[in-house]
Design a protein around this ligand. Structure first.
Ligand SMILES: [Zn+2]
Length: 98
């Protein structure tokens, strides 16, 4: 169960193929399903995709990548993902046999 996230149709990340089943909103103040054009950060690979509005996630265009690069909300989401991923890596190595 994903806390503070809206369940979505099972879609695939266009970068890594991870099954995306939930989405959270940045800066919208309430939990709502993603709409066409919304940016989605994959929890597995940390790369951006774009909601197509017909149940798929596509790669961002060059212009969308530029918008992502200058958007402070995207920077905060990337930083949160990086911190979460660091914890995931540390937990993996703590469990790995030495
Ligand atoms: Zn991914």
């Amino acid at each position: 169960m994903v806390k503070d996230a809206h369940p979505t149709k099972d879609r695939l990340c266009p970068h890594c193929g991870h099954h995306v089943t939930h989405a959270s909103n940045l800066g919208k103040g309430e939990i709502m399903p993603p709409v066409e054009g919304d940016l989605l950060l994959c929890i597995e690979c940390g790369k951006w995709g774009v909601e197509t509005g017909d149940g798929l996630i596509r790669l961002p265009t060059d212009l969308e990548l530029y918008d992502i690069a200058i958007n402070p909300d995207c920077h905060r989401a990337e930083a949160a993902w990086a911190a979460m991923n660091q914890q995931r890596i540390e937990q993996f190595y703590r469990r790995a046999p030495s």
